[in-house]
Ligand binder design. Structure first.
Ligand SMILES: [Zn+2]
Length: 317
């Protein structure tokens, strides 16, 4: 127990340092376009969907640069200027971007930008992982009782794409048919992905997944899996020694062979848990952003989700 505590707090410090390093030095030099609908998105999956559905009729600017984890990001002044002069601002909502209400209030008074919460209409998950007050400890995560990770399930991603299509048509009705055509293409890809997840995951013998941060609630709900997270809804939410001990026992008792980690968050806790239990580590990507390498490889929501499916099938055999 004690060993875990010491180790957990050292790891937590390392984690925070990593988060601070990746958060620094990020610039956004994207420019608004005069002859297109300017769409500002908060993070990667919305950016990708807006680009696909918007096609040549839009200019999409993503606020989060590559390699940055969205939970601890905040906007800077250039972002306020760009958004004030844009036509559409698309954000996830469901508590992901806690800075949005203040940001919208800070926009220029004469702004015409329309703000759309693309997760609306998805049945949200309330977190059961967060009763940390009993501990007397203040969790960084106390205001995050709704699970914001809607996009990690292809089923919810379809709803999000629908909202993006509707908001583009409303903003720019002249190009309605283009938006509808391109939406139909992405909707088909998402539906195929959804069916693949459903059929392939219903065939695996095991259903418990141990992940680093609690980002897979919607994926697990929609495809019959059970999530056990080392950290909370946000990767900077502190794991308790008690939770780590429970997870170690779970992994041992259930004979879980793989612990999932993700690229934008330190893998140290996942690796510690793995070495403690004899399990291996493998990637499960919450698609919160691309690493620079993934960006160069041309990875996107679909390639990363396909890889997630392969890794889930491997781990749950
Ligand atoms: Zn997250």
């Amino acid at each position: 127990m004690k060993r875990w505590k010491v180790r957990a707090s050292i790891l937590l410090i390392l984690l925070i340092c990593t988060a601070m390093l990746t958060g620094c030095g990020s610039t956004n030099s994207a420019k608004l376009a005069k002859d297109k609908v300017n769409v500002i998105t908060t993070f990667y999956p919305i950016y990708e969907f807006a680009k696909e559905i918007g096609g040549e009729d839009v200019n999409v600017i993503n606020l989060l640069p590559a390699g940055v984890e969205p939970h601890d990001w905040t906007p800077r002044s250039q972002d306020i200027v760009n958004t004030s002069n844009a036509q559409l601002f698309l954000y996830n909502g469901a508590g992901l971007e806690g800075w949005v209400p203040g940001f919208l209030k800070g926009l220029n008074r004469d702004t015409k930008v329309k703000a759309i919460e693309v997760s609306q209409g998805i049945q949200l998950i309330e977190s059961d992982h967060d009763e940390r007050e009993e501990n007397g400890g203040l969790s960084l995560n106390d205001n995050h009782h709704i699970d914001p990770h809607t996009w990690v399930s292809p089923k919810s991603a379809i709803v999000m794409a629908e909202h993006i299509r509707d908001s583009l048509i409303e903003t720019d009705p002249t190009h309605q048919s283009g938006y509808e055509e391109r939406y139909a293409a992405i909707q088909k890809k998402l539906t195929d992905l959804d069916q693949k997840f459903s059929s392939q995951l219903s065939a695996v013998p095991h259903h418990k997944v141990v992940v680093s941060h609690q980002a897979f609630g919607y994926l697990c709900r929609d495809y019959g899996l059970e999530q056990h997270a080392i950290m909370g809804l946000s990767p900077d939410a502190e794991p308790r020694a008690k939770d780590l001990v429970q997870l170690t026992n779970l992994v041992k008792q259930e004979g879980i062979h793989y612990i999932f980690f993700e690229e934008l968050v330190s893998d140290r806790l996942a690796k510690t848990l793995a070495s403690e239990t004899g399990a291996k580590v493998i990637v499960l990507n919450p698609v919160e952003g691309l690493t620079k390498q993934q960006e160069q490889n041309g990875d996107n929501y679909f390639t990363l989700m396909e890889k997630n499916l392969q890794n889930l099938i491997l781990a749950l055999q």
